[in-house]
Design a protein. Sequence first.
Length: 116
Amino acid sequence: QVHLVESGGGSVQPGGSLRLSCLFSGGTVTDYAMGWFRQAPEKEREFVAGINWSSKSTSYENAVKGRFTISRDNTKNTVYLQMNNMKSEDTAVYYCNAEAGGTNYWGQGTQVTVSS
């Protein structure tokens, strides 16, 4: 059973940076596309960024393009989300996702708060 554990969340001021990590276990990480989603209070969960198994293909939600970078290190079974120039609207619970053949796995989420 695939298991995902996020870390790196916290509080940051507007304009600041955070790096989230997601540790993958319970399977072969290169079988999975990985992604980050987020859910703000009273809003639906939304896609933030995705990366394919080889890191040759990435995608981003428009609001984070140029500020967030997704990457993965398959030797460490870890996916990262580097978040720069953060804004108050980035405040949310961030979830790691692993997808293969239509099957999705989720982490427990990590809180990110952007506030002055």
